[in-house]
Write a protein that binds this ligand. Sequence first.
Ligand SMILES: NC(=O)c1ccc[n+]([C@@H]2O[C@H](COP(=O)([O-])OP(=O)(O)OC[C@H]3O[C@@H](n4cnc5c(N)ncnc54)[C@H](OP(=O)(O)O)[C@@H]3O)[C@@H](O)[C@H]2O)c1
Length: 236
Amino acid sequence: MEVAIITGASRGIGLEIAKRLVSAGYETFGLARQFDTCDLTSELFHPIVCDITNLSELTVAASQIVREKKRVDVLVNNAGVGIFGPLDSLKISDIDIMVRTNVTAPFVLTSELLFWLRKSSGYVINIASTAALKTQAQGAIYSATKSALLHFGDCLFEETRKQGVRVTTICPDITGETDFYQHNYFAPSENEDTFILPGCVADAVINVLNQRPGTVVSQIVVQAQRFQITKRPPSS
Ligand SMILES: NC(=O)c1ccc[n+]([C@@H]2O[C@H](COP(=O)([O-])OP(=O)(O)OC[C@H]3O[C@@H](n4cnc5c(N)ncnc54)[C@H](OP(=O)(O)O)[C@@H]3O)[C@@H](O)[C@H]2O)c1
């Protein structure tokens, strides 16, 4: 049975992707710090409690999976954190957590699993953001981390394409029905054409996996029809 590993599988976009991977028949290992509100129960789904910013926890989790399964077919680097505001209003710990979650963890996890992904002609699917593609005020660190992930994916593809590895970056626009904006000063507006949904990103993942051998979708941008946000005081 083909094996998928996805970070941030407990909620939001990652949970929706994990559900689709299970429906597509992948034995799916999902990493997150807690699964209390995760409603995915399937014999194909294995929740693994892991803080991906703790690199020893992350590498132990990865090696346990490959020791048991001896294969990895799909890696989805989905977990991410966004903290927005003027640069000098961010705490040092805000900057640090974004870099460690959005950049260091996917770089390290991909590196740890690359041997197995080469063996399976597997997929690396990175969930970046439209923030990787444009300049925006009050999002310098987040945008820079997502640009780094995007460029990492493109470079990794050049490095591994001859070995059969398929690398895709998906750039979702502002996404409703997630906890992503919980601690931020803005959130998706209520108008349905101003946000996408986690299922739209999961559809994109399945589309990537359904390409004929020899075809690689390098980048997908999923945008809302209109741009609109709601400003509000962040919850503590
Ligand atoms: N929502 C949007 O508008 C939007 C738009 C573009 C791109 N994205 C990107 O899409 C991805 C998913 O975001 P989302 O909207 O689904 O956010 P979310 O609802 O906040 O979910 C984030 C997921 O990442 C996990 N996570 C965060 N830090 C972690 C850590 N240190 N170790 C392990 N898991 C961790 C969370 O699980 P635990 O908290 O249980 O650990 C959760 O499963 C992110 O990379 C985000 O940057 C989101």
